[in-house]
Ligand binder design. Structure first.
Ligand SMILES: Cc1cc2nc3c(=O)[nH]c(=O)nc-3n(C[C@H](O)[C@H](O)[C@H](O)COP(=O)(O)O)c2cc1C
Length: 260
């Protein structure tokens, strides 16, 4: 599947059919994880965790047998790096018909961290179940999606700007339209879509608009890593750190720039 097909069709999967991943799919996924890099240059180590063996579950997930997580060194930009690399895995899994759900909150974190052997100086921002989607979503999942308005996204006018935060972005070129659609459709914690972009010529400056409180780890910076992954996967742009001078609200923080 092409990248736009993947981002348009991917949805979080919380109801699985109970089958274990085939050996072939498991092998493909693990091989793929070895090839994943991110433009932040921070390595993410992926770990597969058998649910039964480690007593792992999430109250919103049903029918899963396997989880995957990743560990990153606690350094600046580790959340964004994790978001970027883990989303690569999510999209690849979807291309094989394997469902995932980013989970940063609805889990017993200590149990997952123990199973993944997270060490001092490392962070395990999120986990995901891996499995084949059930034919029908559970009632809990259906209710949860409705509560999150999971099939809705903010309007482009509220997220994408030109020059500064007062002018909505013109989206003339097809590649820019696709890239911004890919950002718009990205998964985010509590579906908050905290990414904001200001375009200046061929430079797309990414910001996070904070709306969730955080301690220790900033989950919305993981969302930014995901958004940048989608944008760069469509445009093949390059990542730079080049914060423009512009006035912004106190809740808005510069992350990085993608030049196309
Ligand atoms: C960083 C991150 C953390 C998330 N944490 C959870 C979680 O703890 N539990 C959960 O059920 N979904 C979680 N989600 C999934 C979002 O709720 C979901 O992506 C969003 O509602 C949009 O739905 P979609 O993924 O089907 O497009 C998380 C997503 C992201 C990106």
């Amino acid at each position: 599947m092409e990248i736009m097909d993947l981002v348009r069709t991917r949805k979080s999967v919380r109801t699985f059919d109970g089958r274990a991943l085939s050996d072939a799919d498991r092998e493909k996924l693990m091989q793929y994880t070895q090839t994943i890099t991110n433009p932040f240059g921070i390595p993410v180590e992926f770990v597969l965790l058998d649910a039964k063996e480690h007593g792992l579950s999430s109250p919103v997930i049903q029918g899963e047998q396997l989880y995957i997580t990743g560990k990153v060194p606690k350094v600046p930009y580790c959340e964004e790096a994790f978001g970027y690399s883990f989303e690569k895995l999510v999209l690849y899994a979807w291309s094989l018909g394997i469902g995932t759900t980013w989970i940063g909150g609805t889990m017993k974190r200590e149990r997952f961290e123990q199973a993944a052997q997270v060490k001092e100086g490392e962070m395990m921002p999120c986990v995901s179940p891996l499995g084949y989607p059930a034919k029908k979503r559970s009632l809990k999942e259906t209710a949860m999606r409705a509560g999150l308005r999971a099939d809705k996204r903010l309007d482009a006018l509220q997220m994408f700007y030109s020059v500064d935060f007062s002018i909505s972005m013109q989206m003339d070129e097809k590649i820019v339209q696709d890239a911004l659609e890919a950002v718009q459709l990205a998964p985010s914690a509590v579906n908050k879509q905290p990414w904001r972009i200001v375009r200046r010529k061929n430079a797309f400056h990414f910001y996070v608009k904070h709306s969730l409180r955080h301690e220790g780890m900033d989950i919305q910076k993981v969302d930014l890593g995901i958004a940048i992954c989608h944008f760069m996967s469509v445009t093949n742009g390059t990542l730079q750190f080049d914060e423009p001078e512009l006035s912004k609200n106190a809740d808005t923080e510069y992350i990085a720039t993608v030049v196309i």
